[in-house]
Design a protein around this ligand. Structure first.
Ligand code: NAD
Length: 433
C-alpha cells in the first residue's frame, strides 16, 4: 500500500501490515483506496501561560483516520516525541482495533509534543484545556471521542471533558472516556487494557500447553498498562522475572513481588526490586538491567508495554522469548516481524492484545449516553466475552490460512471495514452491466 507521504515512516511501516492482509480478503478497490489516507489531520498551536508568566506555545494534533463504522475513537498522548506521523499511525491502528473488536467506532488519535514531567500541575491543566479549545470543532460525542494514552490519565480526561462542556454550554460526558468515576467514568476502565491483555493470554496459553506456574514473563514499561498486567499475571501465579521503566529495569530469576515493586514505585517514583510488609520495604536479590537487556531475556513471554518501535531489525534477532504479547501500540516494527516470524515466535498483536482499553471506553460511552451505570462484574464479564470471542476468531483465521496472528487480526478487521465501506456504495454502482 502506497501512502501519499512516503517520508511518514511510522505510518508507512504500519500500513505494511495491511498489505500482507489484503491477499486474504475480498474487499473492493474503493475500500482499499479509502483506507490509504487519514480522513482528517489537524495540527494546532496551543499557547499556555506558564507559572512564571512566560507564554509558551505547544504543538498538538488530532487525527481521525476512518469513521465509517462510527465516530472516531482514540487516546491523547503527551510525549516529547509526539509528531503528526506518530499520531496518524496510532489513529490507523485504532481504526483496525475498533473493527477487530466489532465496536461501533472508527479510529482516531491525538497528542501534544511535550514532556509533562517538566510542567507543574496547573500548567498541565492549562495545556489540556488549551488543547480542547484548539480542537473543539473536530471532536464530539458522535464525531470523535478522546481517551487516555501515554502520560495522560483520568485527571487529564476530567479536565478535557469539563473544558469541552464549557465550550458547548452543556454537560458532554461522552466526548471523553477514561474519566474519573465521579465525572462519569466506568468501573474497570483504569485497568481495562491490562485486564483485556490478561484475558487474551489466558485464552491463548492453553493452546501451547503452558501453565502459569511454569511460565516466565518480562514486562517493558511499568505505567498504567504495564504495571497492571504485571500485577495480574503475578497474582495468577505467573513468574514475572523482569520489569522496566524509562530509566531501566530490574531482573530477579526467582520472580518479583510485583505488588511490592508497584507500592515502592508509587511512593518513591523509583523502580526497585523490593518486598514490602505493611509499610516496610526491603530490597531483594536482583540485577539491574537496561531495556535492551530486558527485551533479550530468556523468558517464555515478553510483554512490551512502553512505546512503539522497541523491537526492530537491529535487536529482533536477540529476542529469546517464544511468545510476545503487545500491550504497547506498535512495539515491533514490520521488519522485526519477519525476523521473529522466521524464528517461530508467536506475536499476539497490539490491535488485539491492548483492545481492552478501548472496549471499556466503549462501555463508558454507552453508560454516559444511557445514564445507566454498570457494576464492575458487569463490565468485566462483557469485556471477557468480547476479548475471548475476537481472540479465538483471530486464532482460527491464522490457522485456516497458515498466517501470522498479526496478519490474521488485520484480515478479521479488514473484512468488517470492507463491508462497511462498500455499503456506502462502490464503483460497481456506476459501471453499466
Ligand atoms: P504510561 O505513561 O502510563 O506508561 C508508560 C511507561 O513506559 C512508563 O513506565 C515509562 O517509564 C515507560 N517508558 C517510557 N519510555 C520507555 C522506554 N524507552 N523503555 C522502557 N520503558 C519506557 O502509558 P500507558 O498508558 O501504560 O501506555 C503504554 C503503552 O500502552 C502505549 O503504547 C499505549 O499506546 C498503549 N496502550 C495504552 C492503553 C491505556 O488504556 N492506557 C490502551 C491501549 C494501548
Amino acid at each position: 500500500m502506497q501512502h501519499q507521504d512516503d517520508t511518514a515512516s511510522l505510518l508507512s511501516d504500519a500500513s505494511k501490515r495491511l498489505d500482507r492482509a489484503l491477499k486474504y480478503v475480498n474487499i473492493s478497490e474503493d475500500a482499499i483506496a479509502r483506507l490509504q489516507h487519514p480522513k482528517t489531520s489537524l495540527s494546532v498551536s496551543i499557547p499556555v501561560r506558564m507559572d512564571d508568566g512566560r507564554l509558551k506555545v505547544f504543538s498538538g494534533y488530532r487525527v481521525r483516520y476512518e469513521d465509517t463504522r462510527g465516530a472516531g475513537k482514540g487516546g491523547v498522548r503527551y510525549h516529547p516525541h509526539v509528531s503528526l506521523d506518530e499520531v496518524q499511525s496510532l489513529a490507523f491502528w485504532m481504526t483496525f482495533k475498533c473493527a477487530l473488536l466489532d465496536l461501533p467506532f472508527g479510529g482516531a488519535k491525538g497528542g501534544i509534543t511535550v514532556n509533562p514531567k517538566e510542567l507543574s500541575k496547573a500548567e498541565l491543566e492549562r495545556l489540556s484545556r488549551g488543547y480542547i479549545d484548539a480542537i473543539a470543532d473536530a471532536i464530539g460525542i458522535d464525531v470523535d471521542i478522546l481517551a487516555p494514552d501515554v502520560y495522560t490519565n483520568a485527571t487529564v480526561m476530567g479536565w478535557m471533558m469539563d473544558q469541552y462542556s464549557i465550550i458547548q454550554r452543556k454537560l458532554c460526558r461522552g466526548v471523553v472516556t477514561g474519566k474519573p468515576l465521579e465525572l462519569g467514568g466506568s468501573k474497570g476502565r483504569d485497568t481495562a487494557t491490562a485486564t483485556g491483555a490478561f484475558i487474551v493470554i489466558q485464552t491463548m496459553l492453553p493452546k501451547f500447553k503452558l501453565t502459569p506456574s511454569e511460565t516466565t514473563v518480562a514486562v517493558q514499561g511499568f505505567g498504567n498498562a504495564g504495571s497492571a498486567i504485571a500485577a495480574l499475571l503475578a497474582q495468577a501465579g505467573y513468574k514475572v522475572v523482569a520489569v522496566s521503566d524509562s530509566q531501566g529495569g530490574i531482573y530477579a530469576p526467582q520472580g518479583l513481588d510485583i505488588a511490592s515493586v508497584k507500592e515502592h514505585k508509587d511512593q518513591s517514583r523509583e523502580m526497585k526490586a523490593v518486598y514490602c510488609q505493611d509499610t516496610v520495604c526491603s530490597i531483594v536479590e536482583h540485577q539491574t538491567i537496561t531495556n535492551q537487556e530486558l527485551l533479550a531475556l530468556d523468558v517464555d513471554i515478553l510483554i512490551p508495554a512502553a512505546l512503539e518501535n522497541q523491537i526492530t531489525k537491529d535487536n529482533g534477532a536477540n529476542v529469546k522469548a517464544k511468545y510476545i504479547f503487545e500491550v504497547a501500540n506498535g512495539p515491533v516494527s514490520s521488519d522485526a516481524d519477519e525476523i521473529l516470524n522466521s524464528k517461530g515466535v508467536y506475536i499476539f498483536p497490539d490491535i488485539l492484545v491492548n483492545a481492552g482499553g478501548v472496549t471499556v471506553s466503549y462501555f463508558e460511552w454507552v453508560q454516559n449516553r444511557s445514564g445507566w451505570y454498570w457494576t464492575l462484574e458487569e463490565v468485566n464479564q462483557r469485556l471477557k466475552m468480547k476479548m475471548r470471542q475476537e481472540a479465538e476468531e483471530t486464532w482460527n483465521i491464522s490457522q485456516e490460512f497458515s498466517i501470522s496472528l498479526r496478519t490474521a487480526a488485520y484480515v478479521h478487521a479488514l473484512n468488517r471495514l470492507g463491508t462497511a465501506l462498500d455499503a456506502k456504495g462502490t464503483r460497481n454502482y456506476f459501471v453499466k452491466s
